[in-house]
Write a protein that binds this ligand. Structure first.
Ligand SMILES: Nc1ncnc2c1ncn2[C@@H]1O[C@H](COP(=O)(O)OS(=O)(=O)O)[C@@H](OP(=O)(O)O)[C@H]1O
Ligand SMILES: Nc1ncnc2c1ncn2[C@@H]1O[C@H](COP(=O)(O)OP(=O)(O)O)[C@@H](O)[C@H]1O
Length: 177
């Protein structure tokens, strides 16, 4: 089967990780090889030492894009729930896939910041509001939303299973699942 990279971009607590794991489970149940390149795990190992400056975020995204493409070119569906706030960083990853002939889909998990900060899975929005951290994406650091993603998911209006199903539908439509 053809592999692919599916990049889920969006704000912290948008639902990127939850949707990625739900879809991975579904794909594995269908006999596909799927891997989730979780941003938090990557930052512990592959991107250890990188922070959240623009340059570090770019480096992080390029490293993850490199690994995802390797997986995709070997028949794996690489699911990447990583913020990737800058359009030029995401574009560079797309170009790498194009050059290597690997499929690449960009999915915008477009949960409004008000909903994300309500969910606040890791307590980051509360910390930012309390002045304990700064440079939080979507609050006091940039997030350049994709202009024409392959799919936009409104996670605040649907269940996790509905979001995962919408993404699965896109993969089927593109002949990737
Ligand atoms: N300042 C700041 N801004 C944004 N995010 C922050 C920050 N500090 C820590 N975190 C947490 O780091 C998690 C991983 O970030 P990413 O590697 O996906 O970010 S990036 O693409 O390099 O910008 C990211 O995970 P998710 O919540 O899953 O998006 C955040 O929870
Ligand atoms: N449709 C949905 N898709 C994804 N997550 C949802 C959805 N509805 C509610 N949630 C909840 O939102 C939170 C998103 O957290 P997480 O997946 O860690 O976000 P991110 O990886 O973008 O930081 C989870 O607690 C999840 O259960």
């Amino acid at each position: 089967m053809t592999g692919a990279t599916v990049w889920l971009t969006g704000l912290p607590s948008a639902g990127k990780t939850t949707i990625a794991y739900a879809l991975a489970e579904r794909l594995r149940g269908e006999g596909r090889r799927a891997e989730v390149l979780d941003g938090d795990e990557i930052r512990e190992f592959l991107s250890a030492g990188l922070g959240f400056t623009r340059a570090d975020r770019h480096t992080n995204v390029q490293r993850i894009g490199f690994v995802a493409e390797l997986l995709a070119s070997n028949g794996v569906i690489a699911l990447v729930p990583v913020i990737a706030p800058y359009a030029d960083s995401r574009e560079a990853v797309r170009k790498r896939h194009q050059t290597e002939g690997s499929a690449y889909l960009e999915v915008h998990v477009a949960t409004p910041v008000e909903v994300c900060s309500e969910r606040d899975v890791k307590g980051l929005y509360a910390k930012q509001a309390a002045g304990e951290i700064s440079g939080l994406t979507g609050v006091d650091d940039p997030y350049e939303a994709p202009e024409s993603p392959d799919l936009r998911i409104e996670s605040h209006t649907q269940t996790v299973q509905e979001s995962a199903a919408a993404l699965h539908g896109l993969l089927v439509e593109r002949g990737l699942a």
